[in-house]
Design a protein around this ligand. Structure first.
Ligand code: TEU
Ligand code: CA
Length: 579
């Protein structure tokens, strides 16, 4: 019998459909393209597929702005294509998670179209409307991708709230009818047979009434409204209601995307006894190499005001610290999700590994090792399993992401040089993760789209597809692909990986991430990862002795024979990792 917590020993694979595989040569990935590659995903060994939004949308934010929750986006296919895809997934015993974007809708959603019409329209209260003061918005909150979080609408002379772009008005969850409508959407897809939801910025749904003014930072153009809409006052009440009315009636998995949630909220949300969600995505480990903590609003660094576009070097100790807090904090109380990548983050091998031809493969394997032996459900983002890298487009015009293009516009206005703009774009743009999947080194556009000269992919393929692609990976037994396959298999046969306790070792070392997983019976595994290019030695003779005497090598990114002959296990080569 299948355990109720089947998602604990599963691995999730995230597909960004627009960039996965284009089956009909229009330059845009689609559902039939996904159906064609299920054998590939099965071969990798993942259990659950999460699809970024595939609903009807004007695509200002690539589907994170939904116009109709019951229709498939035309470019992606039809509902028949969806049904066939789902049927095929079931045949392959792959589960499907849908992206549920219900903090906001598109401004082209019929609810918002109605809501705008008049102050007494029945849909008025579906969104957050407020009058301004002296021709100014209700407050100075900034929106996530630049500008004010409020936009004035001439028809009724009021402002509506959008924590993201003006094309994404926030739903008013205080209104019980809104909540019922969301539950209807969820039931409709669940009754079709999908296996759960990834819930977009779900911890933003409850706003503090009356929208209090936020702090401003020196150099920031807007105030920080996050204290008033992140982890808001009625969040847990709403999630519990959703659980009661929808989730508990199905054997599904739920993961909440929760920027700005800390261990405290994570435990409240994921502790099964509280009946909310199964796991959440934390951002603590993602935010440590940028100034995101300081402000939500201004896209360009002014004065002391730092944000995502102000990159910082990784301090490994900080990364270890965050993981350790979550690993220890949720143990036996909630559940972790584990990820390095998604469609919003730069590619991990370029970010915290090394994407030079010398170290790309070895460092990608090291990063996979570090993540997959932690306690939680691992997520693999498309292309991670072949070590896809960040991209360096030669002109600003090749970028597609709204956050990136807004930043470019702002940065030019602020007088940043093209060089400066490019440099930070290469490191931070979300488009780094959104270039098409690289299937083949010999086919045009990396095999992402048909061999047509006229149609280009919606976003350019990374030119390195000639070296980095699925075909090459599948033909090389030493590839990242087969290493990930092994990581995924190990989790299925070794309960200690799923259920063991966690402790950090050599916490203060700034190059090596070392931890152990253990059961009370002395059965333990030790994971060690060198995050640096230089050789590092850890001085711990008693650990080395134990390893020499009792250690068995489970997996390593360097040649296995080699490592057994090591005289000192704690001498690490560049990016070396072993378990
Ligand atoms: O993202 C929420 C979010 O705040 C961040 O992940 C953000 O995209 C990133 O930090 C920018 O630097 C979710 C979706 O994953 C994202 O694609 C959407 O744009 C956003 O919500 C709005 O729906
Ligand atoms: Ca297509």
């Amino acid at each position: 019998a299948q355990s109720k917590l089947w998602w604990q020993d599963s691995v999730v694979y995230q597909i960004y459909p627009r960039s996965f595989l284009d089956s009909n040569g229009d330059g845009i990935g689609d559902l039939n393209g996904i159906t064609m590659k299920l054998d590939y995903l099965k071969k990798l060994g993942v259990d659950i597929l999460w699809l970024s939004p595939i609903y009807d949308s004007p695509n200002y934010d690539n589907g994170y702005d939904i116009r109709d929750y019951f229709q498939i986006m035309t470019e992606f296919g039809t509902m028949e294509d969806f049904d066939r895809m789902l049927e095929e997934m079931k045949r392959y015993q792959l589960k499907l998670i849908m992206d549920l974007v219900v903090n906001h809708t598109s401004d082209e959603h019929p609810w918002f179209v109605e809501s705008k019409k008049s102050k007494n329209n029945p849909y008025r209260d579906f969104y957050h409307w407020a009058p301004g003061t002296d021709g100014k918005p209700p407050n100075q909150w900034g929106a996530a991708f630049g500008g004010s979080a409020w936009t004035y609408d001439v028809i009724t002379g009021e402002y509506f709230l959008h924590t993201f772009t003006p094309k994404q008005p926030d739903l008013n969850w205080k209104n019980p009818t809104v909540r019922e409508e969301v539950y209807k959407i969820m039931r409709w897809w669940l009754n079709k047979g999908v296996d759960g939801f990834r819930m977009d910025v779900i911890n933003f749904i409850s706003k503090v009434p009356d929208y209090p003014e936020g702090n401003t930072y020196e150099g920031g153009a807007y105030s920080d409204g996050r204290p008033y809409f992140v982890n808001g006052p009625r969040l847990h009440e709403y999630l519990q209601e959703m659980h009661e009315k929808v989730l508990r009636h199905y054997n599904i998995v739920t993961v909440g995307e929760c920027p700005g949630a800390h261990m405290h909220e994570a435990e409240l949300i994921t502790n099964p006894s509280r009946k909310e969600l199964d796991m959440i995505f934390t951002f603590e480990h993602m935010d440590i190499d940028g100034g995101r903590q300081e402000t939500f609003a201004s896209l360009v660094h002014r004065g002391n005001c730092e944000n995502k576009w102000t990159p910082k070097l990784l301090d490994l100790r900080e990364l270890k610290h965050h993981f350790t807090i979550w690993q220890k904090g949720l143990f036996g109380k909630g559940w972790n999700s584990l990820y390095w990548n998604n469609h919003d983050q730069p590619r991990i091998v370029s970010r915290w590994g090394n994407d030079s031809s010398q170290y790309r493969v070895i460092s990608a394997k090291m990063l996979g090792t570090c993540l997959h032996f932690l306690c939680g459900t691992p997520y693999v983002y498309q292309g991670e399993e072949i070590g896809m890298t960040n991209v360096r487009f030669t002109s600003l015009a090749e970028y597609r992401d709204i956050e990136t293009t807004n930043f470019h516009r702002d940065a030019i206005q602020c007088g940043l040089s093209l060089e400066e703009i490019m440099a930070v774009t290469f490191v931070k743009s979300r488009d780094n993760a959104r270039t098409p999947m690289q299937w083949s080194g010999s086919l045009i556009h990396g095999g992402f789209t048909n061999d047509t000269i006229n149609v280009k992919p919606w976003i350019e393929v990374n030119p390195n597809y000639k070296e980095i692609n699925v075909e090459t990976a599948l033909n090389d037994s030493n590839s990242i692909f087969y290493y990930y396959q092994k990581l995924i298999q190990l989790r299925k046969v070794m309960p200690i990986i799923v259920h063991g306790n966690y402790d950090i070792l050599h916490e203060d070392n700034e190059y090596i991430f070392m931890y152990k997983r253990f059961f009370e019976d002395n059965h333990e595994i030790i994971v060690a990862c060198n995050f640096s290019q230089q050789p590092v030695t850890i001085d711990d003779s008693s650990l080395n002795e134990r390893l020499q005497q009792n250690g068995q090598l489970l997996i390593s990114n360097y040649n296995n024979d080699n490592i057994n002959q090591k005289s000192n296990w704690l001498d690490f080569r560049a990016y070396e990792s072993w378990v």
